[in-house]
Design a protein around this ligand. Structure first.
Ligand code: DGL
Length: 268
């Protein structure tokens, strides 16, 4: 049995391409429809009501492409809107918080876990709640790093300024002797080198993008929804504003050139 319908992925903008890229690696035959809400990015500074409303519209857009599974690549939308989305739609919807939390709980030896993310993700306590559900006795320390998103979008992945900012943000977490750090934002995997250097070798970094891609494979396998064609899947990219800017930044995230189309009827 094979199911040729695409997987839908949405994010507030370009950052979710870290997730699309991992899904492409782990599920190479799956078609992907990606939507980046570039007209309304950032989500990380907005309220739960606003992010949830945007997320519902994003899912409605993906549903028009007959998707078989949706991945909410955005950590902020996963933190604030996932529960509501799951209640509203019948298609399976996966967020990035639980897979990331599960991986961190598995990796830690000292039970001391750090989480970094946007202001909204950290304020929501979503990672703390997800980890608490898994195993008790974990100490979780969190820190918002709002400047990391514009730094990545500017392409300053490995500069002195980036290192200085990372040192300031992560100073408190370093003092907590954590052994595992969740990169709780779509953009942060691109700063893995700098974050790794600042935190030191003894701290394992958890990339939620990789974890959610594995989880998606598990769900498709278990429910008989895999695409078994053996041919490489096609990827389509849509945004709510400014395709040229998205295409430019996508090169940094995917290390290749893509085509991208402005989505109709969303974020007007
Ligand atoms: N995609 C967002 C996240 O993972 C980061 C960018 C934004 O604030 O919208 O939380």
């Amino acid at each position: 049995m094979t199911d040729p319908r695409p997987i839908g992925i949405f994010d507030s903008g370009v950052g979710g391409l870290t997730v699309a890229s991992r899904v492409g690696e782990i599920l190479p035959s799956e078609h992907i429809v990606y939507f980046g809400d570039t007209a309304r990015v950032p989500y990380g500074t907005k309220s739960k009501e606003t992010v949830t409303r945007f997320s519902v519209e994003n899912v409605e857009f993906l549903m028009r492409h007959d998707v078989k599974l949706i991945i909410v690549a955005c950590n902020t939308a996963s933190s604030l809107g996932l529960e509501f989305l799951k209640r509203c739609f019948r298609v399976p919807i996966l967020g990035v918080i639980e897979p990331g939390a599960r991986a961190a709980a598995r990796y830690t030896r000292t039970n001391r876990i750090g989480v970094i993310g946007t202001s909204a993700t950290i304020a929501s306590g979503a990672y703390e709640k997800a980890i608490a559900k898994l195993r008790s006795g974990k100490y979780i320390f969190s820190q918002s790093c709002p400047l990391f998103v514009p730094i990545v979008e500017e392409g300053w992945l490995d500069t002195r300024i980036t290192r200085d900012i990372a040192s300031i943000y992560l100073k408190g977490l370093r003092a907590k002797n954590i052994d595992t750090l969740i990169l709780g934002c779509t953009h942060y995997p691109l700063l893995k080198n700098v974050i790794g250097e600042v935190m030191g070798k003894s701290v394992r970094l958890v990339d939620s993008a990789e974890e959610v891609a594995r989880e998606a494979r598990g769900i498709l396998e278990a429910s008989g929804l895999l695409n078994n064609s053996g041919r490489p899947g096609k990827q389509k990219f849509f945004v709510s504003d400014e395709p040229p800017r998205f295409i430019k930044m996508a090169k940094r995230f995917l290390r290749r050139r893509i085509k991208c189309v402005k989505a109709d009827g969303i974020a007007r």
